[in-house]
Design a protein around this ligand. Structure first.
Ligand code: FRU
Length: 489
């Protein structure tokens, strides 16, 4: 089955089972299928939605277009887990089959209320001229996992002053009232976040725009998320339309946060510092958080971006979610660490250490396709040091520290199949002091690199040949010591 992109609003039930089975066969024959990341059984995944803990289990939904690797008619797909590592595919959660979501059940979030899980999402519709009319919609899930959509939407008109780009509500509760931030575009085509409130999740009041000091910051803010930590207020969002500035804003669209005082709900105001990108890599968008029962703030994101073609497209699927990261604050900055639960995936362990100087060190037993690798470095007088991985004679992905520039550099120019190259093949980010640790999670077609215990993270899809498995440690222009441990996954 080859679904033309123009037919992208075709529903799953309009396709024969045989076509679906053939599509899934094609997907499963792809050598770049991931092994420990959430990925779609077929078609395209994008934003994580509705991440929550309900009735003794973690639930994580995502935007799904089942029929091919492009942004067609979106469903909410449901996965759940008891350990945050092994996720069970539950199936479709929300079908776009009503007047208020006819062209897609778009992003949203979840909160528990009166024993049920409420899913607040965006109903995307288009009229005969293809003009969008967004709705805010609600569905309820009971403790047996049955999901029922409300028969009418809870907000059916975009408030005055905003365009049809009004979507992605993220819920939280303050005392006995529910609030939601929602991504918006003003009629002058600048991005903003608005605030809604409700006492029962069924009747919603439009409170107005949230005042920030970013009045002219891109043309649309997608997927906002507000939460508090250590008495600070944090607003995450994904602004579209920022121009590259030095090492910053290199991807097509960005994802980051502002941090400041707690939100002033009365005045609808957030006093905050500068916008900071959450990830310095190539493929990271629409991050979404939740507070788990032990009080940790956990984040997951789409490991991909809109409008990028991936080499898995020919196999009928695209994209995956990131591993889960815990967020904490250190010196006024968000620190991201991989959740320790991932350690349950660790299998065979290999260790190595030594001194490097103007040579590439290949260590016996250090190779692989899916693994976790922690490498600690101690700089002597080296100018650069780092790691080449998923490497062969012709391919390599490189992460390194350039001491002269004080920058971490990721290079995927030779990572295998080329992706998104019009946005460049290198990503850089300044670091205070030396890099003392790179912590990598490498799956069949991705890498997530935590620098200095989560001070910065570089996330990227990579598509090397299955035979490119070498791991090499290196230093140039002087000496550096390294100590590495790897666990196969
Ligand atoms: C972000 C986004 C959201 C929208 C969803 C549709 O990637 O464009 O704004 O709700 O994807 O799938």
């Amino acid at each position: 089955m080859e679904l033309p992109r123009g037919k992208s609003y075709i529903r799953l039930d309009q396709i024969s089972q045989e076509d679906i089975d053939n599509l899934i066969l094609r997907v499963n024959s792809c050598t770049w299928r991931q092994t420990f990341h959430i990925q779609p059984v077929s078609g395209l995944l994008n934003d994580p939605n509705g991440f929550c803990f309900y009735n003794g289990e973690f639930h994580l939904y995502y935007q799904w277009h089942p029929l091919g690797p492009f942004h067609g008619l979106k469903y909410w797909y449901h996965t759940k887990s008891t350990d945050l590592v092994n996720w069970e595919n539950v199936g479709i959660a929300i079908k776009p089959d009503e007047y208020f979501d006819s062209h897609g059940a778009y992003s949203g979030s979840a909160v528990e209320h009166d024993g049920k899980l409420y899913l607040l999402y965006t109903g995307n519709t288009r009229d005969e001229n293809l003009v969008r009319h967004p709705y805010l919609c609600i569905a309820q899930m009971d403790d047996e996992g049955n999901i029922i959509k409300s028969k009418k939407s809870v907000l059916d008109k975009v408030p005055e002053g905003y365009t049809e780009h009004f979507r992605d509500p993220k819920l939280w509760k303050v005392e006995d009232r529910y609030y939601a931030v929602i991504g918006a575009q003003r009629t002058d085509e600048t991005g903003a976040v608005c605030l809604l409130s409700s006492s029962d999740l069924l009747e919603w009041k439009f409170e107005g725009e949230l005042a920030t000091n970013l009045d002219n910051f891109g043309f649309m803010w997608e997927c906002p998320d507000y939460f508090e930590m250590d008495d600070r207020g944090i607003l995450i969002f994904s602004p579209q339309g920022l121009e590259p500035e030095g090492d910053l804003y290199q991807n097509l669209y960005q994802a980051g946060y502002v941090l400041g005082e707690k939100i002033d709900l009365e005045r609808r105001q957030l006093i905050h510092g500068d916008f900071v990108e959450l990830d310095r890599g190539f493929d990271f968008y629409a991050p979404h958080t939740m507070k788990d029962p032990s009080g940790r703030r956990l984040m997951v994101a789409w490991m991909g971006l809109p409008e990028i073609e991936y080499p898995t497209d020919i196999n009928g699927w695209a994209n995956c979610l990131t591993i889960l990261r815990e967020l904490t604050l250190r010196d006024g900055k968000i620190i991201q660490t991989p959740i320790p639960e991932l350690q349950s995936l660790r299998k065979a362990k290999t260790e190595a250490q030594g001194e490097l100087s103007d040579e590439k060190k290949v260590v016996e037993g250090f190779s692989g396709v899916t693994y976790e690798l922690i490498c600690e470095f101690e700089r002597g007088d080296a100018l650069e040091y780092g790691i080449e991985f998923r490497a062969s004679d012709t391919e390599k992905t490189v992460i390194k520290f350039d001491a002269a520039q004080g920058k971490v550099i990721m290079d995927r120019a030779s990572s295998g199949k080329v992706i998104g190259s019009k946005h460049g093949t290198e990503r850089k980010c300044r670091i205070d002091g030396d890099v003392y640790k790179f912590h990598l999670f490498v799956d069949s077609s991705s890498v997530e690199i935590f620098v200095n215990d989560g001070e910065e993270v570089f996330t990227a899809r990579i598509f090397p040949d299955i035979r490119s498995q070498e791991i090499r440690f290196f230093a140039t222009g002087g000496r550096a010591k390294f100590k590495a441990v790897k666990w196969d996954y």
